[in-house]
Design a protein. Structure first.
Length: 164
């Protein structure tokens, strides 16, 4: 049986990763897993800082990995709206598909900071519940850790340079 394809995303906060993930999942009839939804459901009102996010995200990852590997092995395409913005985050994704020899795509949304910040402002208006965390200060704090993927990492990278 053919394995499903894992699709995951790299891009700064506000680049449009969640929007693109939803589009790709719908077009490809894939299962969409969204980290923000899992975290909000399992750990409501627990994430107030970057430290909290890292802690709770790491608690989630072992079970999510098993679930994704099971879906991929069953031949189901999986789109993960989880960030692949650092080397360690990308190493986690690599372990998911390499351990079961499944195909993958890393979608890299490369947009300038100004565009991301504009989209964050818009998102705060549309989703007031995100107003506390979707701030220019949080963007700056998170962007310090952002590392664009390189071909040397060995991923199948699809680069998107505008929101289309």
């Amino acid at each position: 049986m053919n394995k499903g394809t894992l699709t995951f995303f790299c891009g700064k906060m506000g680049a449009g990763k969640s929007t693109k993930a939803s589009e790709i999942a719908q077009q490809g009839r894939a299962v969409l897993l969204c980290e923000d939804e899992w975290l909000a459901s399992l750990y409501p009102n627990k994430i107030a800082s970057l430290k909290d996010y890292v802690e709770y995200s790491n608690l989630l990852k072992p079970q999510i990995k098993k679930l994704v590997q099971s879906l991929l092995t069953a031949g189901t395409h999986v789109v993960m709206d989880f960030p692949a913005n650092t080397l360690s985050q990308r190493d986690w994704f690599r372990s998911i598909f390499l351990e079961i020899d499944a195909p993958h795509h890393l979608i890299y949304i490369d947009l300038p900071n100004e565009v991301c910040l504009k989209q964050i402002r818009k998102r705060r208006q549309q989703q007031p519940e995100r107003a506390a965390t979707d701030t220019p200060a949080m963007f700056e704090q998170i962007t310090k850790y952002f590392m664009a993927p390189t071909s040397a990492e060995g991923f199948n990278i699809v680069k998107v340079t505008q929101n289309t």
